[in-house]
Design a binder for this molecule. Structure first.
Ligand code: AMP
Length: 286
């Protein structure tokens, strides 16, 4: 496995292979890799000829009040996982290489990025969309893999791939969870023992919402109330949002009568968790 730091060296590597007809796969990450990342890397490894994983904690998607400086960094373990999984290139640019002096361009995806995470973290998706656009430009992949765990991020990336004519196939993989249902996340290490014990109730609440929607409850308010009820008994949990939305537009539904996504964000102490489930009922209900 090669480690490449410079964006121009990354592009040169990629272009050389593309000329030979090699299919390049790409998994962008912020490092502190866990089994969720591993699942993406494995899925990618099965499909493409050459595989690039980027490890870049992107400063522009963090607000000044957020956890950029404390975000977990475990580069040597990350490289070991990438090596184990047969990654060809670990791309590790520095912030200065990605955002040199004079950098100006910002990519925004106003509609799908507006609500939910976008509302609570106003600059987040512009940071994400900009860095993803840059990474796509640098790595020049044919296929990219993202996790459903970050559902709204997937919608943002889908939109920018379409709008900016990237000739890239986007693959979204299911959320990998701990045995008790908690979605794996690099930030889970910040949960205290008590918070960690409590955290799976978030997924249980989403499942309760999913069950309600799939067994015929069509009123999103009722579904939300059921989920709040599951979370309600826990004073340590603060709900940022629980939303039942159209999975394409991410607009809230007035009535659940087809596919829906239930998105949520909660805070447990200082740790913010996001998660989501899709409901599979196609139509009908009461
Ligand atoms: P991050 O390092 O958090 O930016 O995540 C990099 C990629 O891994 C994103 O596409 C995430 O959606 C994906 N990812 C993060 N956690 C999980 C998980 N638990 N299961 C599947 N994919 C995940």
């Amino acid at each position: 496995m090669r480690t490449i730091h410079s964006p121009s060296a990354m592009t040169a590597w990629s272009q050389r292979l593309r000329r030979e007809g090699v299919v390049i796969g790409f998994v962008p990450t912020m490092g502190a890799l866990h089994e969720g990342h591993r699942a993406l890397i494995r899925a990618a490894r099965l499909t493409c000829d050459a595989l690039v994983v980027s490890i870049f904690v992107n400063p522009t998607q963090f607000a000044p009040t957020e956890d950029l400086t404390t975000y977990p960094r475990r580069l040597s373990q990350d490289r070991a996982m990438c090596r184990e999984e047969g990654v060809d290139v670990c791309f590790e640019p520095t912030p200065a290489a990605m955002y040199p002096k004079g950098f100006q361009t910002v990519v925004t995806v106003p509609s799908v990025a507006r609500r939910w995470e976008g509302e609570l973290r106003p600059h987040h998706f512009a940071g994400v969309a900009t860095v993803i656009t840059k990474l796509f430009g640098v790595v020049r992949p044919d296929i990219v893999w993202f996790g459903q765990k970050d559902f709204q991020q997937c919608a943002v990336v889908r939109q920018l791939v379409k709008d900016l004519n990237f000739n890239i196939r986007l693959v979204v993989r299911p959320t990998v969870r701990e045995r008790d249902g908690l979605a794996m996340s690099s930030r889970n290490v910040f949960l205290s023992t008590d918070e960690r014990r409590l955290a799976p109730v978030f997924y249980q609440a989403l499942l309760a919402g999913q069950r309600a929607a799939e067994t015929g409850v069509t009123d999103p308010e009722m579904v939300r109330a059921m989920m709040q009820n599951v979370l309600g008994g826990q004073p340590a949990i603060r709900i940022d949002y629980l939303a039942i939305c159209d999975p394409d537009t991410l607009e809230p539904l007035n009535r659940i009568d087809g596919q829906a996504v239930i998105l949520g964000a909660i805070r447990l102490g200082s740790v913010r968790l996001i998660d989501n489930v899709l409901t599979r009922r196609k139509s009908g209900g009461t």
